[in-house]
Design a protein around this ligand. Sequence first.
Ligand code: HMG
Ligand code: MG
Length: 298
Amino acid sequence: KLPQRVKIVEVGPRDGLQNEKETIPADVKVELVDRLTQAGFANIEAASFVSPKWVPQMATSAEVMARIARKPGVIYSALVPNMKGFEAAVEARSDEVVIFGAASEAFSQKNINCSIAESIERFRDVAQAAKQHGMRLRGSISCSFGCPYQGEVSPESVADVVQRMRDLGCDEIDIADTIGVGTPKHVQAVMQRVMKEFPMERLSGHFHDTYGQALANIYASMEVGIAIFHSSVAGLGGCPYAKGATGNVSTEDVLYMMQGLGIDTGIDLDAVVDAGQFISQHLGRKAVSRAGNAIAAK
Ligand code: HMG
Ligand code: MG
């Protein structure tokens, strides 16, 4: 039985744009976030307070957060790797901070320059501070279905990081397929394993579409009870520390599927299509969304 309602977290402004080579003006990012707010998302990942040497594109995060037109009740999230990032996120009035770890040691080193155990220690301070500030805390686990550096990742190692993030007090935990290698049965096995450690209602699926499996993986996740998914308008994205990784599953494709299944998302698909065309025009390329391009062409 599929859920009647799902929450879609729009990650395009962060995960989608972080890997772009050309600096995108803050104006454009602000307009993108505002269009997504208007489209009806309850949660938009809008910023990332990381080292600008590591991810230069996100250096405008404070400016973007200062200028977006916030809608009451909407959660504007920001990634933070450490206390320095946390302080910037508070200053920027983020509603939620996202600590991001990995189920693979090799990826943890490449992405945040420390081991999984060290990352959890760093996150401990962030988690405590988030609670003190009454902020929502989300944990993201990269490479939950495979790693570009070490290959296979076992469901046990994902479950281990889920436990540690649960113990830090995460309100929501993302099971992320950074390089898009997961397939439906594998995804169900991992989701069913991690549900033993953390409430299913607060687990999310973050799928990249590198191997064209993302929609199938979302459907498979819904079959085992997951009802929160991340997606990126126009299929924007790719991870700077995962070579060859392409974008998140496109939001337009996900919404089109949900509409067809009669699953409520509260989001206006046409407005998302327009937002996708807007950002794609700015980037000078066609949106990476089948449904988005088909609807835009009508
Ligand atoms: P490091 O070099 O080990 O850290 O990097 P450090 O503490 O030695 O700091 C180095 C420099 O960065 C210092 O500046 C710090 O002040 C500065 P310097 O003294 O050289 O001038 N610095 C910062 N500046 C701004 N904001 C901060 C910050 N922290 C330090 N928060 C560090 C460690 C974690 C900082 C670095 O590795 C980093 O920023 N990594 C970010 C990587 C990243 O953003 N990756 C993409 C996001 S994850 C993702 O996309 C996956 C996800 O979508 C899920 C999925 O699909 O898998 C979430
Ligand atoms: Mg991602």
